[in-house]
Design a protein around this ligand. Sequence first.
Ligand SMILES: [Zn+2]
Ligand SMILES: [Zn+2]
Length: 474
Amino acid sequence: MSSVYPRRTTPPISDKKAANVDEFIPSDLNIPDNYVQHTLKTQKALPPFNWSNWYNEINWLNFFILIFTPILGLVGAYYTPLRAKTFWFSVFYYYMTGLGITAGYHRLWAHRSYNASKPLQYFLAMVGAGAVEGSIKWWSRGHRAHHRYTDTDLDPYNAHKGFTYSHIGWMILKPRRKPGVADVSDLSKNEVVRWQHRHYIPLILLMSFVVPTVIPWLLWGDAMGGYVYAGILRLCFVHHSTFCVNSLAHWLGEAPFDDKHTPRDHLITALVTIGEGYHNFHHQFPMDYRNAIKWYQYDPTKWFIWAMQQIGLASHLKVFPDNEVRKGQLTMQLKKLRETQETLAWPSDSNDLPVISWDSFQEQAQKRPLVLISGFIHDMTNFIDEHPGGPHLLIKMIGKDATTAFFGGVYDHSNAAHNLLAMKRVGVLNGGHPHGLEDKSIPPSQRLKIARYNELSSPYGSSTAYSDGEGMVY
Ligand SMILES: [Zn+2]
Ligand SMILES: [Zn+2]
């Protein structure tokens, strides 16, 4: 992992025309320690939506953009034949404007996961404007709040409010409360971000409609096709593709790194979001420039950033330490194994069993088939006839110590046989465990049993560190 933070150009504080000096002060500098609970408790939320108030609660600008763009696109497509060149250009332009969001807005500006040269920043700011999702600054502010307050009411696209709400509802309806505080003062200092914020409206018109119309017009004379397919319909695809990061990526798939919150990993989400589908990984390691860590996992945004590094336009790509990434994976694997472990019945240990004297063992063995192995007394009722080696070998051991015979003297029993034997424990011989070997008293299935830290006698019990008596620990 690179320890070097992206270098940003800090404008002189006197540059008041370009930005308000207040914007350079981190907005979360003086928040109280109990900010989240305090805000949720004291800040009044607007009343919930219902049939009588919904029309007052709609953000009509967003509503028109998000509802009428697809309608306009479909009507246009009905009257406009799709030419092959225009189709491939639309796909290409979809990826360009999508990367503006994923590689630019998301991984570069919201998460600072790499450094980008000025030409690359201007390119990403321009194609990102072509996705019509708000300015870098507005988008990053919401996204940082999403990461900081995931799954709470301070998360602007809280996945607990349902798939539709986190996909599109949060933009169409006026929010019930302000997103939680998230600092973007670093972006206020960035000249490219400020430039894009200042010229946002002309930029979206240029990048979303003019460029995709003019290129097919000049190169193969298809202005209308370019406008409808590479302009309007491409915009709908980019919208819903990137919106899936807030909805589908918090709903579909597995949680291989952590299951505390809703983010999930899934190939389908990755395919529709230009590689943002490994969202469980992303929420755990948000400053990593990758979403997918395996080479075969689909993450074109990662490939794009890597390629930019190869040609010298990007640098300081951040990668979280692999040791910590694997620790997260192991924790989830252990958790699953522990769940399986808890569905199984386990043998009683010596603390749960009565301690029986040798004489009592002899006396009780007259009444039922008791056999001593590794200090434990086992009741073989219902098993004598099932014994694979034949009943006679078991019968002759009733009332005797069969440890040597069980562990190879007569037959070196399988792990399964040892596990089954342990289930037949009924007591411990007084002064027992004569063989003192752990592997004989602990059945194989329990030797790697998963224990929580508070179930161990000492959390460091298995540590191999030791002191040399002079305070030095190895
Ligand atoms: Zn998320
Ligand atoms: Zn993110």
